[in-house]
Design a binder for this molecule. Sequence first.
Ligand code: PMP
Length: 398
Amino acid sequence: IFAKVEMAPRDPILGLNEGFAADTRAEKVNLGVGVYYDDNGKIPLLAAVRQAEKARLEAAPARGYQPIEGPAAYNAAVQNLLFGAGHDLIAAGKVVTAEALGGTGALKIGADFLKQLNPDATVYISDPSWENHRALFQNAGFKVENYPYYDAATRGVDFAAMKASLLGLPAGAIVVLHACCHNPTGADLSESQWGDVVEACRERGLVPFLDIAYQGFADGIEPDAVAVRLFGNSGLQFFVSSSFSKSFSLYGERVGALSIITDGKDESARVLSQLKRVIRTNYSNPPIHGGAIVAAVLNSPELRKMWEDELAGMRDRIREMRSSLVDKLAAEGATQDFSFVTAQRGMFSYTGLTVAQVDALRDDYGIYAVSTGRICLAALNTRNIDYVAKAIAAVTRA
Ligand code: PMP
């Protein structure tokens, strides 16, 4: 049965990690990852998480099956984070939330549910997008196309082209939108541009699917939810996938959620019943630990405050690395203007480095970046940033 199985192409980012692991140079730096590291180059275990875990360990709860959609306390916490506690949508029973296996799992159960609702729809993702969006929706059976997004000339969003494209889509088309901290470019929409996107979705009858994997990494929990809240106040129906991998530094626990915004209580009950069938036939119900920790932190004022401070610490450190990199590149005599790096948001920057420059960074310096020129600012720290700035200045010198 396996004789004709072909070798699948290597995941470009995981392949990069393998190359990095095999590199024996002491000064090597991996900027290809999508993970937040602290200034010591370690993935942090947040103090709020540690406290919640300690309390849980002491309580030693039984490990029965969870509800198919996950625990109510977790799902309510997710909704409050997305829309703000007490939002009308929540009070009106218009938000259906199910815990999911990370942001990826949320996208997957959303995609499988959408396939049942609208099997012939095309899915539109930004050009470029997180590398898993296309394959994930294709594997759910959809045709996937791009809408214009990044403008290499301005290193920002070509919003005129994006808007024109959305306004040309057929009714029922599914549009995947990065709610904040666009991966891989770091280029986000302004609030007024989001307002235009909401209106384009309304005008064309599109199905918005917001992906929020970095809430709190740009400006803060509330400001980073601006797109979700504009959609929330629009009266439209839409999907939101949440990930807590980064914001709680719980990558391997696989904590996320899918929220679906409906027309009202009755619709919510029907939607939830169908979503539960999707989950039940997939992995039955979510694991306990990660969701319990996130719910415990979000639902305790003391732990929540601690988490917000730690999240702000991660956000501020990335910002410092951005401005420090720009300053150091200039000091190293870089001939290009890299000031755009401080305007980009979240963990990533599309640096504009060419494939040849990325290759030179790897071959000559042991610095690994994605071949598209994407680097992770959260992999920089006070010990490696001088070396990285010197290397980038050297490989980009005209
Ligand atoms: N969406 C985007 C835009 C992402 O960048 C990521 C993770 N890198 C995800 C979804 C998936 O998140 P998770 O690891 O929680 O599955």
